[in-house]
Design a protein around this ligand. Structure first.
Ligand code: ATP
Ligand code: MG
Length: 172
């Protein structure tokens, strides 16, 4: 059995979610089974349409309500994220997947949708053959500590600052 690792893609620059999607495609290309869980997000992401073509190898599920959380999250946002984390604990401990991606789990933690202890529990119950990727800005220092690989996307420039909002096919 090949040893597997925990990755974190964080930072303010573009490329965290798309890096994880690139890895999902590479893994599927090797015949590996992939589970992509999206926290915070709900609906309307072009990658969902694209990944349907690989549905024998890549499973996608969203555990978000697809709205921006500003300040206090609603009980429904919290319930969706906690339910997602519980399900993903089963998925990562099952050994049925070679690659599991928790997209925007750092953000869910940042907005206190679940505790850092709960995310650490998930990391700790990971099956030996399951590579785990956690994305999202503002990664918790305790999660960085648990990771084997941390990449920080550094926004040297981002057109978001010029008022360019998420575009279909490029950001969503
Ligand atoms: P991609 O999905 O293109 O790989 P990412 O995962 O690195 O990007 P996120 O941090 O998940 O990027 O950002 C999601 C969206 O937030 C972006 O598509 C953009 O529209 C918006 N965004 C980018 N920069 C900022 C910023 N500085 N503040 C608030 N929102 C931003
Ligand atoms: Mg992202």
């Amino acid at each position: 059995m090949m040893k597997s690792y925990v990755h974190v893609y964080t930072g303010e620059g573009k490329g965290k979610t798309t890096a994880s999607l690139g890895l999902a495609i590479r893994a599927a290309g090797a015949g590996h089974k992939v589970f992509l869980a999206q926290f915070i997000k709900g609906g309307r992401y072009s990658e969902l349409n694209a990944l349907k073509r690989f549905d024998d190898l890549i499973t996608v599920e969203q555990f978000g309500l697809g709205r921006f959380i500003n300040g206090e999250p609603a009980q429904s946002d919290i319930a969706a994220a906690r339910n997602g984390l519980e399900k993903m604990k089963e998925i990562v401990s099952s050994g049925a997947y070679n690659l599991v991606i928790l997209d925007e789990a750092n953000i869910a933690l940042h907005y206190h949708l679940f505790s850092v202890e709960k995310l650490i529990e998930l990391i700790d119950c990971r099956a030996g053959e399951t590579e785990l990727v956690i994305t999202g800005r503002y990664a918790d220092p305790q999660i960085l500590e648990k990771a084997d690989l941390v990449t920080e996307m550094n926004a040297i420039k981002h057109y978001f600052k010029e008022g360019v909002r998420a575009r279909v096919g490029i950001e969503k």
